[in-house]
Design a protein around this ligand. Structure first.
Ligand code: SF4
Length: 324
């Protein structure tokens, strides 16, 4: 069970990814500052942990924007380590700030870093991540390599596959080279499973994801191409990192009735990312049918909107209303 902690204002980020679940980036920046007051964050966090009765294993930095843009993230990590020593800390990052030594140092104490790297060439990086103009994939890869050198926790490399852009053999060969330099503990392959920022992105097929997994998990061949195109036994220093394809867990949710007190929390969650009725049922322990009935009522009142990816329906709180 993980509690997501958002250190950023909507939607402040160094990237404007085409698949972002939080909508288009409105403040594309590399400026580090205290976007949300540290005392406010630690107070809210402490009171939530004290009240939550459901068990909590992890505290995860994620949310509306890139968490390492928060200039005092190290103090928040320190606070959690001191005040909640039984909780593990995870950081979901887009890796772009790892070019700075100070940023790398500030997050060394977390237990797990999930670092994104979708495009290792200028072309795919620009198309998928629409970065701040000062960023380049080469410097981000160098930053990740330096971070790995000093980080003793678990490092995951997360790669979001956009069919036709970063799944070609050329792109995968460059990504494979980068992954071999970074030496993550695992890589995770992801694709669209809920609405993103642009309509033309489609999910990669399972066959495509398996092909990517094979290309990234196999050792490099002599000429630097992934061994999916040929064998490469016996290369000195070659690495073989295992990977996994991420899929959303199917869950029927709980059987709890929805009480009025929970409405602000449901609406707050829908403000942050699109969720299906199943997601909501699972997060809050509600009965899925009850959630569907409630969503229909909220749709009729024009409080939320719905979008589809394939056959799945997702709800978003596009207007930001958090009370009825
Ligand atoms: S997916 Fe993450 S890195 Fe990309 S724009 Fe959204 S918040 Fe920023």
């Amino acid at each position: 069970m993980s509690l997501g902690v958002d250190l950023m204002l909507a939607k402040t980020c160094s990237l404007d990814c085409i698949y972002c679940e939080c909508g288009q980036t409105t403040d594309l920046t590399l400026e580090r500052k205290e976007y949300v007051d540290v005392a406010e964050i630690t107070h809210e966090l402490d009171s939530f942990v004290a009240q939550w009765k459901g068990g909590l294993d992890w505290i995860t930095f994620s949310g509306f924007g890139e968490p390492t843009l928060h200039s005092r993230i190290d103090e928040i990590i320190e606070h959690i380590k001191n005040k909640h020593p039984d909780k593990k800390i995870a950081l979901l990052t887009n890796s772009t700030l790892f070019t700075e030594k100070e940023v790398r140092k500030s997050v060394l104490n977390v237990d797990l870093v999930s670092a994104s790297l979708d495009g290792a060439t200028e072309r795919s990086f620009a198309k998928i991540n629409r970065p701040h103009p000062a960023l380049s994939p080469d410097s981000i890869i160098d930053g990740l390599v330096s971070f790995r050198g000093g980080f003793t926790g678990a490092l995951m490399l997360e790669i979001f596959i956009v069919p036709g852009i970063n799944d070609t053999s050329q792109e995968l060969a460059v990504l494979k080279k980068a992954a071999d330099l970074i030496r993550p503990d695992r890589f995770q392959i992801n694709t669209l499973d809920r609405p993103g920022t642009v309509d033309w992105v489609v999910p990669a097929s399972h066959d495509c994801l398996k092909r990517v997994e094979a290309a990234l998990g196999s050792p490099l061949s002599m000429d630097g191409r992934s061994s999916i195109e040929g064998t490469s036994a016996g290369l000195a220093g070659e690495s073989k990192c295992s990977g996994e394809i991420l899929t959303r867990e199917k869950d029927v949710g709980g059987s709890g009735k929805i009480y009025g007190d929970f409405m602000p929390q449901v609406l707050e969650a829908l403000k942050r990312r699109p969720l299906s009725a199943e997601d909501i049922a699972k997060i809050f322990g509600f009965d899925k049918k009850e959630v569907e009935t409630l969503m229909e009522k909220l749709l009729k009142k024009n409080i939320i909107e719905k979008k589809s990816v394939g056959k799945e329906v997702f709800y978003t709180n596009c207007h930001g209303q958090t009370s009825l």
